[in-house]
Design a protein around this ligand. Structure first.
Ligand code: ADP
Ligand code: MG
Length: 271
């Protein structure tokens, strides 16, 4: 008989930005798919009551049984919520509208910031636990996002290249600092990804230059272009990568995944 290879703990990435419509869910779905495509085992955790990541992966609200709400409330273990996304290597812990109530229901609860972290620590013990957990956060810095940041090893921030982008960025950076100081000292910034970029738009280019000057190599080289195929994919219940792999948007997400893996490798070697 062979010696079992020691399994490393899943690497947990939170996709966060308090602004809505900046590409969090699109990034969560397509990064998760791209990581699965290169052989990682990936669990996407939907932590947004809107459940867009769940719908975008082809799991309509009616088909969701146990969701992240029940997991946060301590009614079920995370593994009970895990659904097959129909994509090799990728599974999904879906969200439903009831998740919006968790905020209030957990107000006085014990370990209210650590509900997801505790569930993921339990999940990590499983023989077939994922190698990457990608958490799609809601558009706020609410208790749900704090649960994601408390559970995560690193944050990936999608940033839309528009006016006020830098103000929004400093707000989430301050939140990361606070979480690091009070809740989760190991939290790192994986990187900032510029989304819905339009090369023909001067403002897009100016914002990109400012963000790069400010954050240097924390900004991924890969930029996600504005691409109609990306916005069409969710209505087909598919990641853009499976809807149209050749489109510029899908190719950008493939490149982003490879940068994410490179950063993870560099981090491991430095450790
Ligand atoms: P968030 O999760 O931050 O609210 P989404 O990922 O849902 O943002 O994106 C907001 C909207 O923009 C969605 O309709 C999505 O399909 C669209 N979108 C996201 N990224 C792109 C892109 N690169 N090109 C075109 N449309 C995009
Ligand atoms: Mg979203």
């Amino acid at each position: 008989s062979s010696t079992p290879t020691p399994r490393t703990a899943p690497r947990i990435l939170a996709i966060a930005n308090q602004k809505g419509g900046v590409g969090k869910t699109t990034t969560a779905i397509n990064l998760a798919t791209a990581l699965a495509a290169v052989g990682e085992r990936v669990l996407l955790v939907d932590l947004d009551p809107q459940g867009n990541a769940s719908t975008g992966l082809g799991l309509p609200a009616a088909a969701r049984r146990i969701t992240t709400y029940e997991v946060l409330m301590g009614e079920y273990r995370l593994e009970a919520a895990v659904a097959d996304a129909g994509i090799p290597g990728l599974s999904l812990a879906p969200a439903g509208v009831d998740l919006a109530g968790a905020e209030v229901e957990l107000i006085d609860a014990e370990r209210r910031h650590h509900r997801l972290a505790d569930a993921l620590a339990d999940y990590a013990q499983l023989e077939d636990a994922a190698s990457y957990v990608v958490i799609d956060c809601p558009p706020s810095l609410s208790l749900l996002t704090l649960n994601a940041l408390a559970a995560a090893d690193a944050v990936l921030i999608p940033l839309q290249c528009e006016f006020f982008a830098l103000e929004g960025l400093s707000q989430i950076m301050r939140t990361i600092e606070t979480v690091r100081a009070r809740i989760n000292p190991r939290l790192e910034l994986q990187g900032v990804v510029l989304t819905m970029h339009d090369r023909r738009n001067n403002l897009s280019n100016q914002v990109e230059a400012d963000v790069r000057a400010h954050l240097k190599d924390k900004v991924y080289r890969t930029v996600i272009p504005r691409n109609v195929r990306i916005s069409e994919a969710p209505s087909h219940g598919k990641p853009a990568l499976l809807y149209d792999l050749k489109c510029a948007g899908s190719q950008a997400y493939v490149a982003l995944a490879s940068e994410v893996i490179q950063r993870e490798r560099a981090r491991k070697e430095a450790a």
